[in-house]
Design a protein around this ligand. Structure first.
Ligand SMILES: C[S@@+](CC[C@H](N)C(=O)[O-])C[C@H]1O[C@@H](n2cnc3c(N)ncnc32)[C@H](O)[C@@H]1O
Length: 283
């Protein structure tokens, strides 16, 4: 046994796999949330975290509790939802987007962008600022979606902690920001509030990449640091959704640990930026 009391022996491992399988099936059948194809190591860690937090003896007893106590189900899916994000995360991505994608977007009469798995919205505010500085925000509609309704509330609110602003300012500058970052927010008693014009062209909505279908045709789809939590089959399924949701020459942006290579769709795109995982649909 190790720090989480995780089994180390093959027989125990098989039993653990069976229990996790039954737990995820139970959640799907009872609540319609489908975590069956999420990456196993990450789900396993989070399941054990919840078993210990609820002071339960086994994963099967967690299944029992999840089925009979909705609040326990909610705590477990909150554990499954990893919401880490930041403004201008991976600044070089935004710089590359500005240098290589913005010139393409300039040629369109209107622009539709989908942030899939937007978490608390920092990525969306960053994109709105970038588009504003490029003079393109007014003709853009941004659709920002996530499975988790709590993070969407924070995103809509536009209130963030002051303690991160130093880091975000540095990210913004590395990303090629052209103004003073502090012009985009005001400091309040409880943190910072970003200016409401940055969300005037944004629609925040719940959307589950596993079970929901396409809802528009987009010029750009950003899905960064989400697919990493899915297994290969599910990644392919979501890539199919993105492929079908992008227009001709549409741009797909992935996270820095993600890639279109080795998926069923790698021949359908060409690289705009290999290092920053930006791809253009060519077929
Ligand atoms: C690590 S955050 C990434 C946030 C942002 N894209 C970034 O790169 O900073 C992953 C987000 O994916 C969301 N997510 C996980 N599974 C999802 C699903 N099936 N459908 C939609 N969003 C999902 C989580 O709720 C979480 O907010």
């Amino acid at each position: 046994m190790n720090e989480f009391n995780l089994p180390n022996h093959p027989q125990e491992e098989n039993l653990e796999k069976l229990e996790i399988y039954l737990l995820l099936e139970g959640i799907y059948l009872q609540y319609g949330y489908d975590y069956r194809d999420y990456a196993y190591p990450s789900i396993r860690r989070r399941v054990w975290h919840r078993v210990l937090a609820e002071k339960l003896p086994t994963i099967t007893s967690l299944l029992d509790k999840v089925l009979h106590d909705v609040s326990c189900f909610e705590r477990l899916i909150a554990d499954f939802s990893i919401n880490v994000t930041e403004m201008f995360r991976d600044p070089l991505f935004f710089k590359e987007f500005k240098d290589k994608v913005i010139p393409m977007l300039r040629t369109y009469p209107s622009i539709r962008i989908w942030h899939a798995g937007c978490s608390t919205g920092e990525e969306v505010y960053s994109m709105a600022i970038l588009l504003h500085e490029a003079g393109l925000y007014d003709k853009t509609k941004i659709y920002a979606t996530d499975i988790n309704t709590d993070v969407l509330k924070t995103a809509k609110n536009g209130r963030f902690s002051l303690e991160h602003m130093k880091k975000y300012t540095s990210n913004y500058m590395q990303a090629g920001g052209e103004e003073a970052f502090s012009d985009y927010y005001k400091v309040t008693d409880s943190g910072v509030k970003f200016h409401s014009f940055l969300t005037e062209n944004v629609v925040f909505a719940q959307h589950n990449l596993v079970t929901d279908s396409s809802f528009n045709e987009f010029h750009v789809i950003l899905c960064r640091n989400v697919l990493i939590y899915f297994n290969k089959d599910l990644q392919n399924k979501v890539h199919s959704l993105f492929y079908n949701s992008l227009g001709k020459f549409g741009v797909l942006c992935l996270g820095n640990k993600e890639s279109i290579n080795y998926t069923k769709f790698d021949k359908m795109y060409e690289e705009i930026s290999a290092s920053q995982k930006i791809y253009k649909k060519i077929k």
